[in-house]
Structure formats: structure tokens, C-alpha cells
Design a protein around this ligand. Structure first.
Ligand code: UT7
Length: 327
């Protein structure tokens, strides 16, 4: 059976940084509270001229350049996002922006787990031998859906885009994975459609609502993350016939430094093996893992042959882990 190799990574550079101090001019918060509770010092926000598509395409272009794969060679583009420019999907616009004319492209929504879910989905196409080159993008512009008057959520999120290129290979570098969902906890984290019924004609009514800003029960999601993430990583390691001692790098969804520390502690992984860029980017949802991965690769931390344990967790609720070997 053909396998999967990760051959490139990339991310988008957002020019607008929003510091904790700047945010505290808007809501009753402080750099001290945000940094001590979350590890976040600043986040980036998309400029009014940016689009989800432009950020995703920039990340994909950089990943393709590292992989030395041309846009014309791409068979599939998977865009993990919860914040498309178009509810019908933005992946096709990314395909057009890249000039990846042969590629089929579609969106995949699994919130902050989206990148891991998309990576595993992409791998199935490669393992069956259907496709040779796949671009997986995680991109979100949560600033569009943030309630900027709610200090319990607006300090957490940032915008961003990251991408990887996967290629069919003889040896499979997706060593193991485990994906999970629990819709009974859906109410803990939402960006939900709010119905506003309106009479269309006679006794027939339709809905003329819109999506309401993000709401989250932070404490519940925190408890969920620190219990489920170590468990799902252990299951994925088991499927890979590896143990925590084999992990070179943990690249987790960047939601809260305290969550990263707690997961590392439970698994007995030294903190200097845990990639963290939360201080600079905040929580960028589906983009957080590929951005963290790309930064660690470009800083020459992650080297060919390194074993990466990655895990995403968030709305749905969804969570999942993948154990990968870099290149
Ligand atoms: O990406 C999806 C996954 N999301 C996550 O993983 C998020 C998980 N949750 C968390 O990271 C944490 O729960 C938060 C960072 C969201 C909150 O931290 P916490 O330590 O759980 O704080 P808390 O919600 O228990 O609030 C503690 C206090 C409250 O005041 P009282 O009730 O003790 O008087 C809040 O009103 O802190 C207050 N507070 C703030 N104060 C200053 C909440 N937000 C702020 C703020 N600035 N921004």
C-alpha cells in the first residue's frame, strides 16, 4: 500500500498585530491577566483587504515552494476552516488563486481540530493511490466572528493560515492517528446560526437569521482538553506502536499555554519538546497547528526523521491526534 510523506510547510504573514495592551483599551482586561491565564501576548488580525482565501493561498504557495511541487501537480486541496469567505466553500477560490487547475478542492469543517482531521482525510486519498500530491490548509479569520465586547473570548483568538504538502511515498510517515467527536458537548463552544423567522407567504415562514459571535464555556473546554488530549495522543501512539518516549516534538493546537503544559506533564514529555507560539499568535483555530509546525521547521527545530505528535481539539466537540514523521 502506498504511504504518505510530508514534504513542505508554509504559513501566511499577517501584518496587523493586536497586543494585549491594545485590547485592554477595548475591554476590561490586562496584559497580566491574559498572559498569566493563557500565555498569549498578542495575536494577528486580518486587514480589511485580506480574505480567508488570500491568506490560505499564501500559506499554500509557501508550502508548495518548500516541497518543490508546482501548482499544476496538485491533485487535491483540502481547506480546513470554520470561517470561509463563502458558506458554499472557499477551497475552489484557493485552487483558482494558486492556478492548481488539475486539483479538486473542498472545505472541511472541524473547528480547531480541522487541520488534524483534514490531514488524516488527505492521507486516505494518498494511501489508496488515487492522488499523488495533496495540499492541506488550516486557515481561520475568527476576528470576523468575535464579540469584541466579550472579554472572556475576544482576548483568545487570532487570525492565520498554515499549510502542508503531502505526497504519496513508499514508506508511510503517518504512523498512527485517532479522531473523536462528542456532539453532546456541542453547547460548550459555538459560532451558531441564530434563526429569525419571517413570514414568506401565507402560513409559510423561512429563517432570515445570521451567525452569532463565538460563545464558549472556557472552564468546561479547558477540563475537556486536559483530559482528552493526552488520552487521544496515547491512542494514536499505540496505533503507531510507539510510546511517549519516541516523541521528538509535540505540536498541539495552540489554545492555552496551561493546556500545553498540562498535556506535556501528563504524558511525561519535557517542555522543551513542546512547540509553542501562542505568545505571538493566540488561538488561530484550524491554522494553529500548521503555523506552529511551519515555524518549527523553518527554525530548523524539526528535522527529517523527527517524530511529531500533533493534536487538535475544539468545537463540535472534536479532538484528534496524528503521529507523523517529518519528511
Ligand atoms: O480553541 C478551542 C479550544 N479552546 C480552549 O481550549 C479554551 C479553554 N479554556 C481556557 O483556556 C480558559 O478557561 C480561559 C483562558 C478561557 C479562561 O481562563 P480561566 O482560568 O478558566 O478563567 P475563568 O473563566 O475561570 O475566569 C476567572 C475570572 C472570572 O472572574 P471571577 O468570576 O472570578 O470574578 C472572569 O470574569 O477571570 C475573569 N476574566 C477576565 N478577567 C480579565 C475572564 N476573562 C477575563 C479577561 N480579563 N479577559
Amino acid at each position: 500500500m502506498p504511504g504518505v510523506s510530508l514534504v513542505g510547510s508554509g504559513s501566511a504573514r499577517l501584518s496587523v498585530a493586536l497586543s494585549n495592551d491594545a485590547l485592554s483599551q477595548r475591554v476590561d482586561t490586562s496584559d497580566d491577566w491574559i498572559a498569566s491565564r493563557t500565555g498569549i501576548r498578542q495575536r494577528h488580525v486580518a486587514a480589511p483587504t485580506d480574505s480567508l482565501t488570500s491568506l490560505a493561498a499564501e500559506a499554500a504557495r509557501n508550502a508548495l515552494a518548500m516541497a518543490q511541487v508546482s501548482a499544476g501537480e496538485v491533485d487535491l486541496i483540502l481547506l480546513a476552516t470554520s470561517t470561509p469567505d463563502d458558506l458554499f466553500g472557499s477551497a475552489c477560490q484557493v485552487q483558482a488563486a494558486l492556478g492548481a487547475t488539475r486539483a479538486v478542492a473542498f472545505d472541511l469543517t472541524a473547528a480547531c481540530s480541522g487541520f488534524v482531521f483534514a490531514l488524516v482525510t488527505a492521507a486516505q486519498y494518498l494511501r489508496t493511490g488515487v492522488y499523488k500530491n495533496v495540499v492541506v490548509i488550516g486557515a481561520d479569520v475568527l476576528s470576523r466572528w468575535t464579540d469584541w465586547s466579550d472579554r472572556t473570548t475576544c482576548v483568545l483568538f487570532g487570525d492565520g493560515a498554515g499549510a502542508v504538502v503531502l505526497r504519496a511515498a513508499e514508506r508511510d510517515r503517518l504512523l498512527g492517528f485517532e479522531l473523536c467527536s462528542d456532539g453532546s458537548l456541542n453547547h460548550c463552544l459555538n459560532l451558531a446560526y441564530q434563526s429569525d423567522p419571517a413570514v414568506l407567504v401565507g402560513d409559510i415562514a423561512v429563517q432570515e437569521g445570521t451567525f452569532a459571535p463565538i460563545t464558549m464555556n472556557g472552564r468546561e473546554v479547558y477540563k475537556f482538553a486536559v483530559s482528552r488530549v493526552p488520552e487521544v495522543i496515547e491512542k494514536a501512539l499505540f496505533r503507531a506502536s510507539l510510546t511517549t518516549a519516541d516523541i521528538s516534538w509535540m505540536v498541539l493546537h495552540q489554545a492555552n499555554q496551561r493546556i500545553l503544559d498540562a498535556v506535556a506533564d501528563r504524558l511525561g514529555v519535557p517542555l522543551d519538546r513542546v512547540v509553542s507560539n501562542m505568545a505571538r499568535h493566540g488561538n488561530t483555530s484550524a491554522a494553529s497547528i500548521p503555523i506552529a509546525l511551519d515555524e518549527a521547521v523553518r527554525a530548523n527545530k524539526i528535522q527529517p526523521g523527527d517524530v511529531i505528535a500533533t493534536a487538535g481539539f475544539g468545537a463540535g466537540l472534536t479532538w484528534g491526534a496524528a503521529i507523523l514523521e517529518w519528511q
